[in-house]
Structures are given as structure tokens and as C-alpha cells.
Design a protein around this ligand. Sequence first.
Ligand SMILES: Cc1ncc(COP(=O)(O)O)c(C=O)c1O
Length: 456
Amino acid sequence: MLENDWWKQEALDIPRLITEIPGAKSLEMHARTTKYMKGLSSQVKLFPVCFDKGFGITLTDVDGNRYLDFSSGIYVTSLGHCHPKISEAISHWAKRLMNIHDFTTPVKEKLLEKLASILPGKLNAVQLYSDGTTAVEAAIRAARAISGKHEFISAYRDFHGKTMASVSCAQMYRGETHSYGPTRAPGFYVVPRPDPYRPVWTKASGTIDTDAYIKFYENFIKEGTVGNVAAFVMEPVQGWGGSIFPPDDFFPKLRKLCDKYNILLYDDEVLAGMGRTGEWLTLSHWDVTPDIVTFGKSFGNGFPVTAMVVKEENGEALEKISASSSYGGNPMACAAALASIEVIEEEGLLQNVRKVGDFFMRQMQRMKAEHPIIGDVKGKGFLLGIELVKDKATKEPFDEAGKLVYQKAFRKGLAWIPAGHILRMSPPLIMDEKYAGIGLDMIESSIAEVEKEFGY
Ligand SMILES: Cc1ncc(COP(=O)(O)O)c(C=O)c1O
């Protein structure tokens, strides 16, 4: 018996809109905030709502309007806003012991045992941090400590965070946002990675040619590096890049290449891990075990807690890189992460994600067949994307449509976070088909309106 209906009462009448949105209070508070707060995301600028409350799959703004949540914050509150078990676990430690450096605490000990029990392949040597990018930095240090090598290969359009090593593993200029250049740090390289919808290399049949990518990487290792590659740094699926999943044979082949050249495979699951695609590790969909993995976002369901994990056999190397940080592994953080893993198990959420994820994909496939501006639909589980194009033949990205669909669906009561022409969706993993359908309807009718406005 699944205990996952704690949120349903509050969701009964969503969307519930009682004012024009954004409402007057939202607009006033946003104006006051932006007097001081600079550099907000394009999503906020395009739809300046001021939120006051979140519960389960709903969000309520300061004007009293209630929205359906299709973003989980930003892939963070995956088990629903303010899950009672998780909030209770955090508040227990908030009243008992908030910080004790990296000393052992009962709740840390339990979390580490639990984490080791759910991960494959003896991934059980752990360090805890408080945001994704510091876990990524630790993974880079760990890769150097384990391998004794110093170069890293990542991929076009990957995203790993905003500190120096993580930014060096990513695309450095994104639409309106510059990174922390002038350029990536020495020894960090990026290569194309396979996007089945926009392949760089194809077979004679026109389908993507994974072997050509792997061949390019092999050549690059020999010709483009100084022969000191510590690790491939890869998102299992490009989340920020638009929910772009690689072909099924990509990671198994990359794993083999890594083994051939004694290179570590570092799998950054900060966004995709902890159940979002229906597995603890998205890489498990392809039966691949990484050497290093990082978790964040969903890991504490909103409480800042992240983890960097390596295989037991490499655990000793972590002794060379200190785990000490101001907030990493504090009791509240450990309680949030432990309770989150327990909730996923107790509420059968991996199964729910697979089941409702199939429903999402079936609906999205139908939408693609019926709408001239939907070029591609992609995803697994609750990590989803709809790619808008001006023309299905040329695949020209349709950014203007992306913005309009975003605003129109928000105005109908959908709180979500698309980026540019790819409509990204990351609903809470507790969602059932009923609400998945309500959200998709708001998106589909917005797409239809935009098509009409552009004369399709
Ligand atoms: C794959 C991946 N790695 C790392 C990060 C950085 O996480 P944070 O924003 O918590 O520093 C992100 C953030 O979106 C991410 O998607």
C-alpha cells in the first residue's frame, strides 16, 4: 500500500486562479525585490510571481492563486513541497543539533548506510557538501587523487555548476548569460555528445552514429590531450541543455573506452539522480556503473545537501582530499537526505515515476504528431522536454514560441521552468496521471494558441 496521497486534499481544485496573474501583490513585491536583487533568471523576468507557499504538487502566490507545479523548484523539491516526513526530520535536528563540523552524528551514520545500500557497484565512499557545484569540485579533486592525472573531458551543452572547475566542464556562454571566463581552465576540454535529434555524425541510414562519437573521443584522447586524462565528466542526460538523452548505446560504449584508457567515468547526477528518471542513478538505465557520482537537488528535497561518492576500492584516495566544509553533512542536511531516500522507498516513487513517465511520453508523442511546431519530444520518467521548431524539416529552434508558451501556460496556472525553445518539465515524483494530464493540457492549449498567432 503506497502512502503517497498526503498532498491530494490541497490539490483538489488546482489550478485555482482568483486574480489576474501575476497579481497586484506579486508585482509590487517583485518590483521591491528587484530594486536590490540582480541577475534573476529569464523565467522570473518573464513571469514575476511572488510565491508564498508550497504543498505537495501545488504552489500558492501572495495573491492567493494556486498553481500546479511542473518544475519542483528547479528539479529540487522532487518529493513534493514540504513533505511532512522530511520537514519533520529537518525540524527535529533544527531543535537538537544544527552543526558539529564533520564529526559523526547518529543521523549521518544512518544516511551513509542507507545511501550505500541503494547504490550499485560498491559506490560507498562518500563526502557530503551543501550545493551541487561544490560536490562537482570535490569530484574533480577526487578524480585527480584517484588517478594521479589531471585532464578532464566533458561535453558541449553539459552543465555542472558555477564554480571554476565545474564551469570549465560546461558550455561557457548560454543565451544571455556569460560564465566566469575569460576561458575554461587549462586541461579541461569539451567534445560533442550525441543528441539523437540533432546529431553531428550519422550512419548512412540517417540515424545517429554513436561509434563515430566514440571514435572521435579516442582520437581526441591521443591527439588533443597530453595523455593525462583523469576522467570523462558527463551528465547522464543533459538537464539544463533541454532534457537531452543520449542513444542507449552511448554510455556502455563510453564505459568501455574509459576502461581501455584507464580513465575514470564521472557521472554528475546532481539533476537527474535520486529517482527523477525512475532509477536511483539514471546511468543504471543503461547498466553502466560510474567510478564517481554526485547527487544534489532532489537529494534533500529542498534542504541544501549534496554528495560525492566513489567506489569502495578508491575510498582511500578520498583521505587525500579533506571532506571538511562549513555546512557539509550537518545533522539537518543528513536528516533531509535520509528522509528523502526513505520516502522514495516507502511511497514506491521509482515505480510511480516509471508508470506516470510512460503516460507523459505517450501524450507527448501524440502532441508531436498533431502540432506543427513540436519538432521532438524527449525524456524518461519525470525528466521531460518538448522541442519547438519553426519547421520540422529544417529544425530551426523557435525561441519566440518557447517564451510565449511559457507565459501562456503559466497564466493558466502552471508553475514551470522551460528554457528557450525546449520546454523542460520536471514535475514532483509524487504526481499521478490525473495531474500530469492537467499540466500537459495547459501546455498543449498554449502551444495551439501560439501556433494560431504565428499563422500555422
Ligand atoms: C548536472 C548539474 N550539476 C551541477 C549543478 C550545480 O548545482 P548547484 O546549482 O546546486 O550548485 C547543476 C545545477 O543545475 C546541474 O544541473
